[in-house]
Write a protein that binds this ligand. Structure first.
Ligand code: TXA
Ligand code: MG
Length: 313
């Protein structure tokens, strides 16, 4: 994408004034503010209606910037070299001297950090004197945004500026790995766990539901298009939308497919926009066919399972 410097400068001015800007990333759009500013970070929580106890990811341009705030280790360096910038978030120990706002971390002594790949956002980060705290740019519990229009739909004019960077190419959030003690996957995402395991040359454990935030065994509603979802469905009910991995030969009006040929990477990229489309087309419920549970299929299934918690509300 061609870089429009005046838009980047506009975003910078707003951020310098401790306000929020939506930024494009390769995973999903983020709602960003100066991670060192209590005022800016508080605005993020308010706009998203996000519970205070859910900490934010901080976005950096380079390792040099990161080392002001976090302790790094050898596993981090291995992964960074191979996958960053890209769809991976590292949880690291926060340095005592760090200026990261307490509102970002909910006073934890760890910090989730990421190096986004989108060239507009990298250019912006390079110009700033601070890193950007940025959760996904959507109302809390709802589907994330993967383009300018999605952010506009969720926030209207409440956000001063949306830096338009086109469509997010990965389409699902980053994979989160904790490197604080033994490496652990905390969230499935745009980078396959197997790729991370191969890089570290070890099998990783998964800890996908934080007990600190949710009670054990309970999974919180997330990524929801705001309608009930049924999973692993062979035959949809009347009036239901039917979400398919792969385009079927025969087409019906209520069929929505994630990828023409059943490619999981393409399916992940299309997941959120398809969920938004189904809601806009006014379907009151959604049935999903069984989706292969390997590679990025695991991330897609994780998102759909969490979105299906809508049924239990
Ligand atoms: O791809 C992404 O990661 C996007 C783009 C905008 O970068 N961001 C994103 O942020 O997905 P958000 O806020 O929607 O999700 C951040 C997740 C939350 O589940 C939060 O609980 C977890 O990261 N998190 C943040 N800090 C943490 C920490 N110190 N330890 C463990 N989990 C943490
Ligand atoms: Mg989110």
């Amino acid at each position: 994408m061609k870089i429009n410097l005046s838009n980047i400068k506009k975003a910078k001015n707003i951020l310098d004034n401790q306000d929020c800007v939506a930024i494009p990333t390769e995973t999903v759009y983020g709602l960003a503010a100066n991670a060192y500013s209590n005022k800016g970070v508080k605005k993020i929580f308010k706009l998203k209606k996000r519970p205070q106890n859910n900490p934010l990811i901080v976005h950096y341009h380079s390792i040099n910037d990161l080392t002001k705030d976090c302790e790094i280790n050898s596993d981090f360096l291995k992964l960074f070299k191979k996958f960053s910038p890209g769809p991976i978030t590292y949880v690291l120990n926060l340095k005592k001297t760090s200026k990261i706002s307490n509102n970002v971390t909910n006073k934890k002594n760890t910090l989730a950090v990421r190096f986004p790949k989108h060239n507009l956002t990298r250019k912006l980060l390079k110009l700033l004197k601070y890193p950007l705290a940025a959760p996904s740019a959507n109302i809390s519990t709802k589907v994330s945004s993967v383009c300018y229009q999605d952010v506009k739909e969720d926030f209207g004019n409440k956000i001063k500026f949306i830096l338009d960077g086109g469509r997010s190419q990965v389409g699902v959030e980053s994979t989160i790995i904790s490197l604080v003690n033994k490496p652990k996957i905390l969230r499935l995402g745009g980078l396959k766990v197997l790729d991370i395991e191969n890089c570290l040359n070890k099998k990783l454990s998964l800890k996908l539901n934080s007990k600190k935030i949710f009670s054990p065994g309970q999974m919180k509603l997330h990524y929801s298009p705001g309608i009930p979802i049924r999973l692993n469905v062979k035959k949809p009910n009347k009036n239901e939308a039917y979400l398919l991995l792969k385009k079927k030969k025969e087409h019906k009006d209520f069929y929505y497919y994630l990828s023409k040929k059943g490619d999981l990477k393409e399916a992940a990229k299309n997941l959120y926009s398809t969920l938004r489309k189904i809601k806009k087309d006014n379907f009151k419920s959604l049935a999903v066919e069984k989706i292969k549970n390997h590679g990025l299929g695991k991330t897609i299934n994780d998102r759909l399972l969490r979105a299906s918690k809508f049924n239990e509300q």
